[in-house]
Design a protein around this ligand. Structure first.
Ligand code: HPA
Length: 289
């Protein structure tokens, strides 16, 4: 299969949403594992189960609700994905990234990505927040890329730049806001590497990922960012470090989804507050909505 959706499919979904809500979001937020609480912070909320939205995939992972929530976060018009789609669920990357192009057609100009990730960088501690400076698209090295197939110029160019994927101004503002929040731990910043999952990494794979220059590892985010940058959205995002990856053969510890969700529960409020405050730093929309 060369591609799965036509421009009209994205339009159908966008039109359906525009005719079912009066909200006109500027910012889209993807809530990672255990981070769905962010969507509970919006005011004047109107939500849609993924199952009622035409063309939308369904979320199959515990910890991901499967709802699109419109409303205001700290005064900013937002649409939130409470639950995202992953390659390991068996979805094509076109399906995984379907919502992002719909957001673009809704008039969104900024995408905020959040995820739960394993800490590779030895300086990281469980519960730390890592501002994503860059990513490594490991599945992309073997041709797994949501932009593969015929290019639709209505969304973007054939060969999009990716060297400036994570907005520099927003990253600077994030550091300022973090200092004002007075948290004990410093805000980490680094490179997120994505793997297809669903298994956690072997010890040898963790050693490899560290050598590649990655600071945090997860199973999401990169496909959505590629598609968002392709269609010109401003992107910034954060990883919540829910566990430290295993780098030695002696330990009896191992990663688990339960640990990921439990840390998510404990530290999520900090990230939710952070993202909420940062909404005020997103430049206002160019066109009136
Ligand atoms: N590896 C991959 N994905 C993850 C991890 C991890 O250690 N923690 C949370 N998501």
């Amino acid at each position: 299969m060369e591609t799965e959706f036509t421009y009209e499919d994205y339009q159908t979904t966008a039109q359906w949403l525009l005719s079912h809500t009066e909200h006109r979001p500027q910012v889209a937020v993807i809530c990672g594992s255990g981070l769905g609480g962010l969507a509970d912070r919006v005011t004047q909320a109107q939500s849609f189960d993924y199952s009622e939205i035409p063309n939308f995939p369904r979320s199959t992972v515990p910890g991901h609700a499967g709802r699109l929530v419109f409303g205001f976060l700290n005064g900013r018009a937002c649409v939130m994905m409470q639950g995202r789609f992953h390659m390991y669920e068996g979805y094509s990357l076109w399906k995984v990234t379907f919502p992002v192009r719909v957001f673009c057609l809704l008039g969104v100009d900024t995408l905020v990505v959040t995820n739960a990730a394993g800490g590779l960088n030895p300086r990281f501690e469980v519960g730390d927040i890592m501002l994503i400076r860059d990513h490594i698209n490991l599945p992309g090295f073997s041709g797994q890329n949501p932009l593969r197939g015929p290019n639709d110029e209505r969304f973007g160019v054939r060969f999009p730049a990716m060297s400036d994927a994570y907005d520099r101004d927003m990253r600077q503002k994030a550091h300022v806001v973090w200092k004002q929040m007075g948290e004990q731990r410093e805000l980490q910043e680094g490179t997120y590497v994505t793997l297809a999952g669903p298994n956690f990494e072997t010890v040898a794979e963790c050693h490899l990922l560290l050598k590649l220059g990655a600071d945090a590892v997860g199973m999401s985010t990169v496909p959505e960012v590629l598609v968002a940058r392709h269609c010109g959205l401003r992107v910034f995002g954060f990883s919540l470090i829910t566990n430290k990856v295993i780098t030695d053969y002696e330990t009896h510890e191992k990663a688990s989804h339960e640990e990921v969700l439990e840390t998510g529960r404990q530290a999520a409020q900090k990230l939710e507050r952070f993202v909420s405050i940062l909404m005020a730093s997103v430049p206002p929309p160019r066109k009136a909505s």
